[in-house]
Design a protein around this ligand. Structure first.
Ligand code: COA
Length: 154
């Protein structure tokens, strides 16, 4: 029996269970590192949560509290743990702090949805492009038949 699909091929109310594991070692390019979220990213989550544009398209806490920030980080871990996809922190290489978020979500059959965002002061330096160049070939080799870019709740 085939699962029920919506108009874009999504499985209603379910995720398409294709396991993605964390990249080991982390994905590294000249300017960018993609890695598992860490509790030390709390101050980054606080900073990102002050940006109304990011609040509108993500599940960043509004208002930010320490508990809500930690819950955001735990939701990112849940992506892998629950087989929903993967969420990685984007770091500018050498900076040792997160500057953004990139996700591959497995909501639809044979499609992984790629989403990403950066805090404002990290934009315009090629980090977004470097992130896509890193994550797309890595994700394609593991999950994708076709990739879609879109803005969705992260
Ligand atoms: C989209 C986003 C990640 C771009 O990050 P960035 O590091 O500033 O982008 P880059 O510097 O790598 O630029 C990559 C290219 O995209 C273009 N670009 C960047 N932001 C753009 C925007 N908002 N609209 C149109 N083009 C844009 C750049 O001009 C560049 O083009 P080029 O290679 O021809 O010069 C960042 O603006 C962001 O976080 N936006 C909010 C979230 C969002 O919209 N995410 C979209 C994907 S889900």
């Amino acid at each position: 029996m085939h699962p029920e699909r919506g108009p874009s091929g999504e499985l209603s109310g379910r995720y398409v269970r294709r396991v993605i594991s964390y990249p080991d070692p982390p994905l590294v390019a000249e300017t960018v590192v993609l890695r598992r979220w860490d509790r030390r990213d709390l101050s980054f989550v606080c900073k990102a949560s002050a940006d109304a544009e990011l609040l509108a398209g993500t599940t960043l806490p509004d208002p930010f509290t320490e508990d809500a920030g930690l819950a955001f980080i735990e939701r990112q871990w849940n992506r892998v743990e629950r087989g929903e996809g993967i969420s990685l922190a984007i770091e500018e290489r050498g900076a040792d702090v997160a500057v953004g978020c990139t996700t591959l979500m497995l909501r639809r059959v044979e499609v992984a949805d790629l989403g990403y965002w950066l805090v404002h002061d990290a934009r315009g330096r090629g980090i977004g492009k470097a992130n896509v160049e890193l994550v797309v070939p890595w994700g394609s080799a593991r999950t994708l038949h076709r990739g879609d870019r879109s803005v969705r709740p992260f």
